[in-house]
Design a protein around this ligand. Sequence first.
Ligand SMILES: Nc1nc2c(ncn2[C@@H]2O[C@H](COP(=O)(O)OP(=O)(O)OP(=O)(O)O)[C@@H](O)[C@H]2O)c(=O)[nH]1
Ligand SMILES: [Mg+2]
Length: 265
Amino acid sequence: MGYALTVIIPTFNEEKNIGPMIQAVDTICRSGGIPAEILVVDDDSPDGTQKVVQGLQETMKNVVLHVRTADHGLSQSLYDGMLRASAPVIQCIDSDFSHPPEKISLMYRCINDGGYDMVIGSRYISGGNVINWPWKRRILSAGAAFIGRLLIPHVKDSGSGFFAIRRAILTGVQLTPRGFRMGFEILGKAHWDRVREVPISFKDREQGASKLHRGIVADYLVQCAGILRYNFIERKSRNIVKAWKIFLFAGNPARNPDDPCGKSE
Ligand SMILES: Nc1nc2c(ncn2[C@@H]2O[C@H](COP(=O)(O)OP(=O)(O)OP(=O)(O)O)[C@@H](O)[C@H]2O)c(=O)[nH]1
Ligand SMILES: [Mg+2]
């Protein structure tokens, strides 16, 4: 069967979340009439994550499990998933219900019908917010978002892990996935023309433990340096210049009344 959408769910020790998340994604896609492959990319979790997925695979033929045994990491897992995705549109979503799965059909339509290349579930545009986050997390995230805007200024939440892309924008692009901000890597290097943010409410996880670690800030700074190098030294992309031009001169893309993305606001 030809899938229209591949939904990548990265996991590490998510036995409590992954079952309900797969069910939620499947229900949303079915009710939106989107034939979707659900690709769980697991970094060899020692808990019951894989067992839960394998249990669901008995009845859900659209669920794929890919277990990685080397080079663990969130961005690495997402990238691995993108290389294996069989559909032309790819959606990434965390497994812990921080991202609202009910926005998936809108994000898919923005790409498929609206002509966008990348759609980001954004905490930092009007209508978006973060619920139940400790102030330390808020400051860290706001600082990272600020740095992100220095490079890609027309996108307010470049670090969001909830995003959808047209797979073709990755063709011929050399990504160096590391850290937690795969969407930012794509913004900095891939062949996009039209990027759109849709507002989301980001909820703190209720089940399972966080995998954020101290090295995440260093990972981000190295990633920024890599994107700058890719744009200005290696000259393999002009995305930073393009983003600044859109920010300074073009503003938000003109809103077409039939644009499915416009209906989100
Ligand atoms: N495959 C894989 N998935 C990961 C890894 N680290 C985190 N994840 C998954 O990526 C998603 C985001 O990780 P989280 O730990 O929720 O990170 P966060 O949302 O920034 O922080 P909290 O929600 O506070 O835990 C979850 O689905 C995790 O299971 C990893 O090294 N490999
Ligand atoms: Mg989380």
